[in-house]
Design a protein around this ligand. Structure first.
Ligand SMILES: O=P(O)(O)OC[C@H]1O[C@](O)(CO)[C@@H](O)[C@@H]1O
Ligand SMILES: [Fe+2]
Length: 194
């Protein structure tokens, strides 16, 4: 008989967003994603201090379709030039795998796009449960002044595909204008020579 995978629990601290046990922790500073921000002069100025942008606490489960990956992301407040701190963003390697995001703290935006040019954004506040439908790339942005904390769950075999997002980003940039978060066209989008 094959051995059973046993049920287990992870504790989520609502005050900090941290998981216990912490699981697999991914830490991203500006240096890990310096080419992804539009204002490269602002990147150069900030690189000396190399701010922490986000941390992901991943519960470790097998990366197969039978399992559900789940994690908490703490995305810190801040800007590079006038562009808000954000995650790298990705398609799933198995493109049709969906994902659920549940906002616990802070506020932000969930930016999404498809490979054939559709774009969507959802404002996230505590209690927002967003559905990233199959085939949509997703990136989160912290538009507030406290950590933006959200829980995510997705099929175990989904994987991450950074593809063109690494070089040209999303169709829109999330920037501060007159104290407001606005989405503006990304001049680099669509220029990867496809
Ligand atoms: O892989 P990226 O785009 O840096 O972002 C990490 C994000 O991916 C996930 O781990 C799963 O999609 C999110 O919870 C997290 O915010
Ligand atoms: Fe994802």
């Amino acid at each position: 008989m094959t051995e059973k995978f046993m049920p287990f629990v992870t504790e989520l601290d609502f005050a900090t967003g941290k998981l216990n046990p912490e699981g697999h922790v991914i830490t991203r500073n500006l240096s890990h994603m310096k080419d992804m921000y539009y204002d490269q002069e602002a990147v150069r100025q900030l690189l000396g201090q190399n701010p922490l942008i986000y941390v992901v606490y991943n519960v470790v489960v097998p990366e197969t379709a039978a399992h559900i990956q789940h994690c908490v992301t703490i995305l810190y407040p801040g800007k590079v030039g006038n562009e808000y701190f954000m995650t790298k963003g990705h398609y799933h390697e198995v493109l049709d795998r969906a994902e659920i995001y549940f906002c616990l703290k802070g506020k932000g935006q969930l930016l999404m796009q498809t490979q054939d040019g559709a774009f969507a954004s959802i404002d996230m506040v505590p209690g927002s449960v967003a559905y990233v439908a199959p085939e949509w790339a997703h990136r989160t942005v912290n538009t507030g002044d406290e950590p933006f904390v959200f829980f995510a769950a997705y099929p175990g075999d989904a994987g991450h595909n950074y593809g063109d997002i690494e070089t040209e980003g999303f169709a829109k940039l999330s920037v501060e204008q007159n104290g407001e978060a606005v989405l503006v066209d990304n001049p680099r989008y669509g220029k990867a020579g496809k």
